[in-house]
Design a binder for this molecule. Structure first.
Ligand SMILES: [Ca+2]
Ligand SMILES: [Ca+2]
Length: 197
């Protein structure tokens, strides 16, 4: 088996609308639940054409992301945040935790969170059970992790807020290697070419 370069998808901020991108690959929010509670769940479906590898031209992979907070409820004010504090965003001291879950399906072996961006000027710290731990004080800070989970916490010394913006998913697939008979054929023809010289 060979592992394809990660198939990448970028989603923007709210995750609350059912959105579908047309063409191949397509990426859709299939369903969501839990807005207004401390746990928000999003079900995603990624579909792409793997017919070149003997799989369906509409091969799809479902995975879910759960967002939890201990700071009130997950609200839906354009960007995800927590309802405690001065705003519906992530205020200083508040945090959100994101966790991916999936079952390997067909050629799809898994998914990780690649990049995360926070909108706003709030100083943000992103940690993960993978060991990632980075604080970024820039405006709209970006984080380049490669993990199945992360917690984003506002560590701003003032009152500046933030909310998760773009998140990039890296979907992995493994496909069969070219058949050994095809490789043998290639070997024979290069041998013949060499003999002719
Ligand atoms: Ca808040
Ligand atoms: Ca800042």
């Amino acid at each position: 088996m060979i592992v394809l370069d990660p198939l990448q998808v970028v989603v923007d901020q709210t995750f609350n609308n059912t959105t579908t991108n047309t063409g191949a690959p397509t990426f859709a929010v299939v369903s969501t639940s839990g807005i207004g509670t401390p746990t928000y769940a999003i079900n995603y479906r990624y579909t792409t054409d793997l017919s070149a590898y003997g799989y369906s031209p509409t091969s799809s992979f479902d995975f879910a992301m759960t967002v939890t907070t201990t700071d009130g409820n997950i609200n839906n004010a354009g960007t995800l945040g927590a309802t405690n504090g001065a705003s519906g965003s992530i205020d200083p001291g508040e945090s959100l935790t994101y966790t991916l879950s999936y079952t390997p399906t067909g050629p799809f072996t898994g998914v990780t969170i690649g990049n995360v961006q926070s909108y706003g000027s709030g100083d943000m710290r992103v940690t993960s059970t993978s060991g990632y731990d980075v604080t970024n004080t820039a405006n709209n800070p970006g984080f380049f992790l490669d993990a199945n989970d992360f917690t984003i916490e506002n560590v701003d010394p003032g009152t500046a807020t933030g909310s998760p913006g773009y998140i990039n998913f890296r979907i992995a697939a493994a496909v069969p290697e070219p058949s050994s008979t095809a490789l043998l054929g290639l070997g024979l023809s290069s041998l013949l070419l060499r003999r002719r010289r």
